[in-house]
Design a binder for this molecule. Sequence first.
Ligand code: TNX
Length: 503
Amino acid sequence: MLTATPTQPAASNMDAALIPLPASIEPAAGQFTLTGSAGIFVDPPTPELTAIGQYLADRLKPATGYKLPVTAQASSAPAAGGILLTTTGGDPSQGEEGYTLTVSPGGVRLTAYRPAGLFRGLQTIRQLLPAAIEMSTQQPGPWVMPAGVIRDQPRFAWRGAMLDVARHFFSLKDVETYIDLLAYYKLNIFHIHLTDDQGWRLEIKSWPELAKKGGSTAINSDPGGYYTQEQYKELVAYAAARYITVVPEIDMPSHSNAALASYPELNCDGVAPALYTGGEVGFSSFCTSKDITYKFLDDVIGEVAALTPGPYIHIGGDEAKSTKEEDYLVFIQKVMDIVKSHGKQVVGWEEISKAKLAPGTIAQAWASDLVTKAADQGAGVIYSPANKAYLDMQYDSSTPLGLNWAGYVSVPDSYLWDPTTILTGIPVSQMLGIEAPLWSETLRTLKDIEYMAFPRLPGLAELAWSPLAGRNWNEYRLRLGLQGERLAALGVNYFHAPEVDFQ
Ligand code: TNX
């Protein structure tokens, strides 16, 4: 059982505890105290801004016990005693996700050019309040925030986390809890690895056995499961309400045993293999020479594209060890055309870099410098180096969960790297950002997910959001230490890393 006892008052200074660190902080004298008579004001009072205001109210209500009604108020009026969220007068140079937060003794004002910026900024408001604000039961307060001005915007446009729901299946509710935590650290991409050898996790109406049969298993014969299309839509909407884009991955041509076991015609010999619950990779392959394979992928990608409002479909492409290289290259090109025909942009693991890439393709680096071949073709690059960003790597030899094929990844290891120095020859303009994958071979519960993701994920979120200048572990470890109380208040089962003094 987790016992959280957040007793610490708000940080006395604005820059003491925030992760990710904002681009600029100007502390001022004094503080703002949120009281029971406070309101949350929005201008203009559109449904979208009202929903953002309500999201903030819902986060603040359990611990404060305050009503915090969300109402319209002109941004020209002082936010007397309350919190004003407005896009009126927002600065276009702050982009889609930037914001300015002004905390003064009389009130709090959050201004952004776009609603997404307000959503990111309200995470800063949460983190400026005492850690006990995240408790689910009423706490005594007082609810003070240090005064000052924060001007903030992200360094990278792609700030992602990936969850493997194929090796082990996680309920919609567990995935939503994870998405809430991504939102708290200002991530904007949730990549969901929906299919693999051990399980197919999304209902496909035109090929129903995929989920029914292919979804029935998980690694080590643990319980399987899948999301109905309705549930997947709910997940996408849940993420969208947090300004997070869902990137669905259908892994191919390898990592496909669950599909091959569900439909014999997808195999070159027409014989379905048995369902698979082991941990090997790279042994399966769609039959790249059969027309039915492309009809199948067109149907699947068509349904996934129709369910997914975001612009991306991830086609995997990794570890195709049992597909001949020349077949692999032709296969990837055909699949790119299919994805394009459904109006989406292709994302793939670094191995796709060997193929001739369609314009707009994004390659995801994980174990080598292969993505330089993609970058040479003009592709965007996402950085997920396994020895830094893989949340499924053990922290050290004593970690009870996780793998170690890329080595142990301590909390400092995961924080101390940068896309601009990890591979050479990739133009900065093509470095889209960072993603932290969490593979689930050894993970069975939400608590397991939390243990591996925290506290590494906040650091990766900071690498993706905050300016590079001035970054240093000794300063970061103090801020991370202060997050301990917040994570505990949120009920997160985080790893108490020995390098960090958690409060
Ligand atoms: C490599 S990373 C894989 C996954 C495994 C992971 C375990 C990548 C594209 N492929 O299939 O789950 O290692 O860490």
